[in-house]
Design a protein around this ligand. Structure first.
Ligand SMILES: [Mg+2]
Length: 176
């Protein structure tokens, strides 16, 4: 069984890069704790933020975007071994494949396939287990037989748990 692991906000600390850039533009310090719901950035700074997210991956080199967890290599190796496979599944598109692949290689993330699903519904993909920070995915999976390890972030704190929606504060908890 291959587990689907998200990129932005789950493995990659892209939001800090985004917030640093936006902070410099507006002359005000923004921190991730302000992002108390998932669409906070586009609500605050316009729909163009969605486009900027994609562009960030092509504008920054791999070392500029840090992994959320320093030991991402060891943890992804263990999770991959536990589940028998680990795919990186992200809503980015083919335009970002090269940069994302470089990032995964730079930080030694252990994975099988990079799945760029774009606007496809992740919940409909053939995985039965996910690690993701997206509260909307939690709602889509809530009444399914699939399991989501909801990676704790300020924008998903209001999402209630369930037997199949399990909040984790670090990747190690997926292995507990
Ligand atoms: Mg995410």
């Amino acid at each position: 069984m291959t587990i689907a692991v998200d990129l932005d906000g789950t493995l990659a600390n892209i939001y800090s890069v985004v917030l640093a850039e936006v902070s410099a533009e507006i002359g005000e310090t923004l921190t991730p704790n302000l992002m108390t719901y998932y669409d906070w950035l586009p609500d605050a700074f316009g729909e163009g933020m969605f486009q900027r997210f994609s562009e960030f991956w092509t504008r920054y080199s791999a070392e500029c975007v840090e992994p959320i967890e320093r030991d991402v290599e060891v943890l992804t190796r263990r999770i991959r071994s536990r589940y028998g496979g680990l795919d990186i599944v992200t809503q980015h598109t083919e335009l970002e494949r090269k940069n994302i692949t470089e990032w995964l290689q730079h930080w030694n993330v252990q994975y099988d396939n990079l799945v760029l699903c774009g606007l496809q519904d992740k919940s409909k993909l053939p995985y039965i287990c996910y690690i993701d920070d997206n509260p909307f995915l939690a709602e889509k999976l809530r009444n399914s037989a699939k399991v989501l390890y909801l990676y704790d972030q300020p924008w998903n704190r209001l999402t209630p748990g369930k037997w199949n929606i399990r909040r984790v504060h670090c990747l190690r908890e997926v292995l507990d």
